[in-house]
Design a protein. Structure first.
Length: 97
């Protein structure tokens, strides 16, 4: 038995949202759920923000579903692309994106 922790943190590495799952599960399905748990407190009065300014993630999260979610949400992301995915896109030419 093992577990994984999915964490959203701000620029100062303070945790904002987290999810704990079984260790055998994939990383990508939890991407949207952990981002939906974001609540950033404002300095003054008002409701907390529910969207971060940018998303920085590792190579486990460049799936088409995650990129589509970020695009629909209007979030700017920095997610490196895996070499094999990049090669497949280049192979498809103008249809590959």
């Amino acid at each position: 038995m093992s577990t994984k922790v999915y964490l959203v943190a701000d620029r100062r590495c303070r945790p904002i949202a987290r999810i704990i799952s079984f260790g055998q599960h994939g990383d990508s399905p939890y991407f949207q759920r952990v981002l939906e748990g974001v609540h950033i407190q404002r300095r003054g009065p008002g409701r907390p923000r529910k969207r971060p300014g940018r998303v920085l993630a590792d190579k486990a999260y460049p799936s088409r579903a995650n990129r589509g979610y970020l695009r629909r949400s209007g979030l700017k992301a920095v997610i490196p692309v895996k070499k094999d995915q990049q090669a497949n896109r280049l192979k498809r030419g103008s249809k590959g994106g």
